[in-house]
Structures are given as C-alpha cells and as structure tokens.
Design a protein around this ligand. Structure first.
Ligand code: SF4
Length: 376
C-alpha cells in the first residue's frame, strides 16, 4: 500500500497521523460502514466538510465492538467522537424482514456480513465511554434520526424510547448534518462544553430538569413558536387502543414539524427525563450544497480494502452503486409513510446547480472504469 495514496484519505491510524504531522485529532468519526471516500458516505462528507473548516479528523471504520482498544487506535480526540451506525440502520443492515441474519453487507470490506453490531449506536457509544471517560459523544446518521423519539422497533416488536437515552450519548444530530456539525465544531473551538451546545438546530439533547426546557424558538420567518410537549414515552408505548392513538398523534406532530421554516421545539418525556428536539437545520443553499459535493473526495474506497477480505473479495461493493451516479437534490415534501426521506432530509427540496453537476459528471468521464453512462 503506497503511503502517498493513503495521504489523500483522512487518517485511520497513528502512522497516518504522524505522516501528516498531527499529534492529536480534533475529532474522530466512528462508522458502522467501511471507509469509502465518496460523497454518498456520511463519514467522508462530514469529515471532508470539517477539514474544509480547518479541523483535523480521523476515521475508525467498523471497529471491533468487542474490543475497547479498537476505539483508541487514533488516540483521544481533542473535542469529541462523532458516531454513526452507517448508511443504514444497523438492524436493517444486519437482518432481513423475516428477522434472519443477512448473508452479506455491501458497506463492508468484501461485502462480508457481521462487521457491525446490532443497535450500533448504543454499542459504539458504550465502548467509547469505557475507553475515555467524560469524552463527548455525538450520534448521528439514519439510525439516530429515525430513532430520536420513542419509535416502533420492528425487530423486537416493541415501542422503544429515544436512542439518545438508550445510548447515553451527549447529543444527537438528526437530518443532514452539515449545518449542525459546523456549529457544534465551532462551539468546541470557542471553548464551549457539551452542555453549552444546546439550542443548535438539527440536534436533540436530554435533560432531567424541566426548567432547562426553553419556552420556544424563533422560526425561519422570524415568528416565535412555543415549545410543544409530545405525548410521553409511557403514553405512546402503552399496549392499548389509547396508547396506539397517542403514538399516532405523536408521529403526526413530529411529521408536521419537519420544515425548518415553521417547526417548533418538540419535547418528549421518558420517565424522569426529557428529550428536547430543536427545530430542523435550515436547508443548504445551492451554493452550500455545491461546495459540499465538490469537496476533494478521492471517490474510492480506502486502500486498506485493496487486499482480499475473508471471502477473497476486495473493495467495498456499496461503492459500485454510486460511483457513476450524481447526487442532484435532497429533501421531499411527499412524506409517504413508508419512506424516511422527509423525516430525515426535511420537506424542502434542495438542489445543486447545473454547473456543479456538469463539473462532477466531467470528473466521472475521466475514470478508467467509466462505461459511458451516468445511472440513477
Ligand atoms: S417515497 Fe419518499 S421520496 Fe418518494 S415521494 Fe414519498 S416521501 Fe418523497
């Protein structure tokens, strides 16, 4: 493996850090996916995004969750760990709809299954806290987003409480992360503690004190919107007709507050604690979206995957699906009940400029594997 090739990726080892002259990283990403430096992979997007703002960032992809040392290979970061289960919820990734273990994982080295734990955010956060007592852990990605409040969990056939409480993470980012991650990182740079990083759009935080909960927030049109208390976890998890009605009512309130321009702060009580959801992050402007997609991605998997995995295959199969496609937009107003897009990316459609798309398409045509078409 050429050291010069590795230098174009974010560090994944102490040696990588030394070669870049980094003593201590500002942030470390833990991801349930293999490390692919492409704009369809969150650790790559958000890591590159933070680098563009002058932060140093390392990646620990698919750590061995049974071994605490796997979480310390880059040392203790100066500010915090960002933790994601990966591009998919870990239970969706690990099990079929019939609750059978999947035989492969397209986001792992060689497509080998079993490289990420069930309920990855809970497991990863516990291991980090075991390794580094007191370090802030911030969870995000689709698993955090869709489990931010009490939610129905298909695999256990129960209503589970917020993953922020179950994981004991310090902060949760929901939706697409650029705006909140930039604000949180800047807050750390200014010397703020994790509890001073409340009030950031696109985040959820927890508290045991009702007096911490703000009375409301100013929406995207300058109007004060009072805080809304959702039905409590006890109400929505009751296995009664009233419980099911409360669950439906809570979900409707959450869905009605997915637009950054009009959303309220939402609060859900769970026993003696409260999960507070700040209004969604404002959508990226076209210029911001272009800038994110034009970050210096190598557009390939990390060279550590150029050797055969246990099954003899090289690489990360999930890359082939996106390598020759373009991300044109985010968000959807549809809010179809079976789809996560509105709940994760918001109601407003955000688009890139034609110039930015043409620039990326031109890069694709220069790849020696390009076959002459850009697919969906
Ligand atoms: S399925 Fe999803 S992306 Fe399609 S219209 Fe419905 S909410 Fe939008």
């Amino acid at each position: 493996m050429q050291s010069s090739e590795r230098l174009s990726f974010m560090p994944v080892s102490l040696q990588d850090m030394q070669e870049r002259g980094i003593q201590q990283l500002d942030f470390v990403f833990i991801s349930g996916d293999a490390y692919v430096d492409h704009s369809s992979f969150a650790a790559a997007i958000l890591g590159r995004f933070l680098e563009s703002k002058g932060f140093t960032v390392g990646v620990i992809p698919q750590p061995d969750w049974k071994d605490c040392q796997s979480f310390t290979v880059l040392g203790k970061p100066k500010y915090a760990f960002w933790v994601s289960a990966g591009a998919m919820d870990s239970m969706v990734s690990n099990y079929t709809a019939n609750n059978k273990p999947r035989s492969s994982d397209v986001y792992a080295h060689g497509g080998v299954a079993g490289k990420r734990p069930d309920r990855a955010l809970i497991t990863y956060t516990a291991k980090i806290k075991e390794a580094y007592k007191g370090i802030p852990v911030i969870i995000g990605g689709i698993e955090a987003s869709l489990r931010r409040f009490a939610h129905y969990d298909y695999w256990s056939n129960t209503v589970r409480r917020s993953i922020l409480l179950d994981s004991k993470a310090d902060l949760l980012i929901y939706g697409m992360g650029e705006h909140p991650i930039a604000e949180i990182a800047q807050g750390f740079r200014e010397g703020k503690s994790i509890t001073q990083l409340r009030g950031i759009r696109g985040t959820c935080w927890r508290t045991g004190k009702k007096e911490d909960i703000p009375a409301g927030a100013t929406d995207g049109q300058g109007k004060f919107q009072p805080t809304i208390f959702l039905p409590s976890f006890k109400e929505v998890s009751a296995n009664t007709p009233e419980g099911k009605k409360s669950f439906a009512h809570s979900y409707i309130m959450q869905e009605k507050n997915t637009d950054a321009m009009s959303a309220h702060i939402l609060v859900e009580q769970s026993e003696e604690r409260f999960v507070v959801q700040e209004p969604p992050a404002f959508p990226l402007t076209t210029e911001e979206f272009d800038a994110v997609m034009e970050l210096p991605f190598t557009r390939r998997w990390h060279p550590m995957y150029d050797v055969p995995a246990e099954n003899g295959k090289i690489g990360v199969p999930g890359l082939s699906e996106v390598k020759f496609s373009l991300v044109n937009n985010r968000g959807c107003f549809g809010a179809c009940s079976f789809c996560a897009i509105t709940f994760h990316q918001g109601k407003r459609i955000q688009c890139r400029s034609h110039d930015s798309l043409i620039k990326e398409a031109t890069i694709l045509t220069g790849d020696k594997e390009f076959k002459g078409y850009i697919h969906d």
